[in-house]
Design a protein around this ligand. Structure first.
Ligand code: IPD
Ligand code: CA
Ligand code: CA
Length: 268
């Protein structure tokens, strides 16, 4: 019989475990900032990785395994462990590696817990600002223990947006320029922050009205989609359907501007 959610501890137990792991990994990132050593590349010349990405993943994996060894694990750097498990952690141990390598203090750690296709727990930690964002399915979204909700802006023209350009499919980036031109004219502006998980946490906290990107990875999206939804926002793919982590297309907003943003993105 596969391991199921009803055999598990209550969700706050896992939120607590993920929060502890994200905070510990964040402390490691801060300690290693500026000391990352050689920079290697992965799927493209601008897809960077350092030994700190890997050390952070090892630490998170060890702490989460200690919390419940029955749960599977999918991490960006070392792939999957215990594939047969019905529940798995989905982890980006350092999102914003390019910023990290350049000493630009905008990066984060992301940990989601998925069961039967649904994200049940999402935690994002910004170690520079010591901001811990945490959500459980049906339990709301919190920043350092205080409830958060998405912004009340109801028009695209009053919205601050953010996007990212994929580092894995350089040739696929063409729609971004068109989207950028359109949205720069029809909003308060489009930021390009360099950390998708940071942007998703910002949408959940009402600091950005919307974020969109295509060609993301499951670990870029897992925790953030739950945080935005639990903060009252809307998450879909570019066609307005529920997002599929493996397809990597994401539009996350405060809900109020969602249709307007989808329409603008469909114009290219
Ligand atoms: C990347 C960042 C970036 C986004 C890329 C991601 P990484 O993650 O989130 O903002 O545009 O699509 O792959 O490589 O820094 O973990
Ligand atoms: Ca990432
Ligand atoms: Ca990463």
């Amino acid at each position: 019989m596969p391991y199921q959610i009803r055999d598990m501890e209550p969700l706050p137990y896992y939120a607590e475990a993920a929060s502890r792991a994200a905070t510990a990994a964040g402390a490691l990132l801060i300690q290693q900032l500026g000391r990352h050593g050689p920079v290697k590349t992965k799927r493209s010349a601008i897809d960077l990785v350092t030994r700190v990405d890997r050390a952070s993943e090892r630490l998170i994996r060890r702490l989460l395994l200690r919390a419940d060894p029955r749960i599977g694990f999918l991490g960006e750097e070392r792939g999957a462990r215990n594939r047969a498990a019905a529940c798995r952690w989905i982890v980006d141990p350092l999102d914003g590696t390019t910023n990290f390598v350049h000493g630009l203090p905008l990066f984060g750690v992301s940990i989601g817990l998925q069961e039967a296709g649904t994200i049940r727990v999402g935690v994002i930690y910004d170690p520079v600002r010591r901001e811990l964002f945490a959500a459980t399915k049906g339990g709301g979204a919190f920043l350092n223990g205080r409830r958060i909700c998405v912004s009340a802006a109801s028009r695209l023209s009053r919205s601050l947006l953010s996007t990212g350009f994929s580092s894995r499919f350089l040739a696929h980036n063409q729609p971004y320029a068109g989207w950028f031109r359109t949205l720069q004219r029809h909003s308060h502006g489009v930021r390009r922050i360099g950390s998708s998980v940071w942007c998703l946490a910002a949408v959940a906290a009402g600091r950005l009205e919307g974020f969109y990107e295509r060609d993301l990875w499951p670990w870029d999206m897992a925790a953030g989609v739950l945080l935005v939804a639990e903060a009252g926002g809307t998450v879909t793919d570019l066609a307005g359907h529920p997002p599929v982590l493996e397809r990597g297309r994401l539009v996350a907003t405060n809900g109020r501007i969602h249709r307007e943003l989808l329409r603008a993105l469909s114009l290219k």
